[in-house]
Design a protein around this ligand. Structure first.
Ligand code: NAI
Ligand code: 15L
Length: 267
């Protein structure tokens, strides 16, 4: 691995804690950061508490960093006052600090909610029109475009992983399509760290036969998922919601919340 110091943002979060454990010992230094409290640094770790909305603090955070795994920020729908500082300003601060620090690449935890208003009957790939299903999804679409600006204009390679639902196990019928195991998440991060690319969008999903997404772009870059939600079909296929918008769209409940549009006009 040609990287000395790897920065993981969002290290106190659900995926951050999983990644901290699974990436332990993989790099000479893993710098862990979050606005929330984290466990003290172990061997090969640095722990830096930092609010992504604080530009000066983020500039310091990125010093001497080779690669960033950007998992920090608001991870569900919220009001603008919450989404903007964490995900819009936070992303601006991070990419700008990365440019100043000479960071080589950023693996970005984007989200399926960038395309969440697409219909479940449609199988889309990474070139599909963005169709954010909420303010949170729109902030991730902004992050993807910001990553493209810095990749093509400033040479910071970026892999935007539109993660589906990354949990120990899928929880409902929708997640039979969107689930990504922790093992496959780490495999996708390895692609982000090692593949040859400037800017790419992929779907963060396991090998689910019910997937909404054609993930040929990820496979082309070297991603081979080893897990599948299919073994949960019998248990979860009937676990649906009463919300017709959630059930019609790929984003599920994120699409349904506050929906006041025309269901027939959805993309
Ligand atoms: P999480 O909410 O458990 O973790 C996010 C972390 O970011 C938290 O520890 C939080 O304290 C931190 N954070 C929030 N605002 C911050 C700020 N202003 N400055 C610094 N840190 C801040 O979320 P989770 O599930 O671990 O997700 C990690 C990332 O992956 C998020 O960016 C999320 O949007 C993305 N993602 C996760 C999916 C999943 O299935 N878990 C699906 C799609 C995307
Ligand atoms: C996300 O983007 C969220 O961070 C996560 O909490 C899940 O809800 C996931 O999408 C999903 O769509 O299941």
């Amino acid at each position: 691995m040609p990287y000395h110091r790897v920065l993981l943002t969002g290290a106190a979060g659900n995926l951050g804690r999983v990644l901290r454990e699974r990436l332990a010992g993989r790099f000479p230094v893993l710098r862990l950061s979050d606005v929330a409290e984290m466990a003290p640094a172990g061997p090969g770790e640095e722990v830096v508490r930092c609010d992504l909305a604080d530009a000066d603090a983020v500039t310091k955070l990125c010093r001497d960093v080779d690669v960033i795994l950007h998992f920090g920020g608001r991870s569900t729908e919220a009001d603008w006052d919450t989404v903007v500082p964490a995900n819009i300003l936070g992303a601006v601060n991070l990419w700008e600090a990365a440019r100043k620090a000479g960071v080589k690449r950023i693996v970005f935890a984007s989200s399926n909610h960038v395309i969440g208003l697409h219909s479940r009957s449609e199988r889309i790939d990474h070139r599909a029109m963005a169709a954010p299903d909420c303010r949170y999804g729109l902030s991730k679409a902004f992050g993807e475009d910001l990553a493209a600006l810095y990749a093509y204009k400033h040479g910071i390679a970026a892999l935007c992983i539109r993660i589906g639902s990354s949990y120990a196990e899928p929880a409902d019928a929708r997640q039979l399509s969107t689930w990504m195991s922790f093992g496959d998440l780490v495999r996708m991060i390895d692609v982000g760290l090692t593949a040859d690319y400037t800017y790419e969008i992929v779907y963060g999903v396991s090998d689910n036969s019910r997937s909404f997404w054609d993930n040929a772009n990820a496979e082309r870059l070297g991603y081979t998922p080893r897990d599948s939600a299919d073994r949960f079909i019998a248990a979860l296929a009937g676990k649906t919601s009463d919300d017709p918008i959630a059930e019609k769209t790929q984003g599920g409940s994120f699409s349904g919340v506050e929906f006041s549009g025309d269901p027939d006009a959805l993309p």
